[in-house]
Design a protein. Structure first.
Lengths: 115, 115
């Protein structure tokens, strides 16, 4: 019974395309995140979404947009994909502001390759 | 702003020997500190955390970590390494009260345990 699930696991696409990555959590958490892991394994926060409040890392291009249809889902949309967008994208969830002493739970990642 | 430093990109240790993966942090006020492990092609998994109380915290798979407030450190340790401990380890910090609830991660340390 997967706690945080992402689909697809692998995504290969051409430059200029628009793609989405889906994320769902069944933990009842109120906060969800998107992280980008680059080729050097560095984890960078992209977005945090808590009770309809979106916090955006200012370095993230506006081609990236999160969409949350409900508390259990936070999907990532990427427009006009570029070669530099190739990375592994992780979704995560936690109790966020409610319980900052609790850990985050991560999905298995989506490896995006732009060709 | 909070930050985490993991000064070693890679740590090599022989199986059966003790291991240490270093982490230092900077945060306003008291910190909440976390260690996560990432196995190849997997998401991050929570190992252990320090919130308050005893400076030595024990976690999954025989790992432990020592919180040292004066040195602002939270090093991960294990008395006897296993080959299966080989993975990427991330330290993360949040401020204990107030501030951002979004955890900040270090750059990761690759642990390689040799048979």
């Amino acid at each position: 019974d997967t706690a945080v699930s992402q689909t697809p696991k692998y995504l290969v696409t051409q430059m200029g395309n628009d793609k989405s990555i889906k994320c769902e959590q069944n933990l009842g958490h109120d906060t969800m995140y998107w992280y980008k892991q680059d080729s050097k394994k560095f984890l960078k926060i992209m977005f945090s979404y808590n009770n309809k409040e979106l916090i955006i890392n200012e370095t993230v291009p506006n081609r990236f947009s999160p969409k949350s249809p409900d508390k259990a889902h936070l999907n990532l949309h990427i427009n006009s994909l570029e070669l530099g967008d190739s990375a592994v994208y992780f979704c995560a969830s936690s109790l966020g502001r409610v319980r900052t002493d609790t850990e985050a739970f991560f999905g298995q990642g989506t490896r995006l390759t732009v060709v | 702003a909070q930050s985490v430093a993991q000064p070693e990109d890679q740590v090599n240790v022989a199986e059966g020997n003790p291991l240490t993966v270093k982490c230092t942090y900077s945060v306003s006020g008291n910190p909440y500190l976390f260690w996560y492990v990432q196995y190849p092609n997997r998401g991050l998994q929570f190992l252990l955390k320090y919130i308050t109380g005893d400076n030595l915290v024990k976690g999954s798979y025989g790992f432990e970590a020592e919180f040292n407030k004066s040195q602002t450190s939270f090093h991960l340790k294990k008395p006897s390494a296993l080959v299966s401990d080989s993975a990427l380890y991330f330290c993360a910090v949040r401020p204990g009260a107030g501030g951002s609830y979004i955890p900040t991660f270090g750059r990761g340390t690759s642990l390689i345990v040799h048979p």
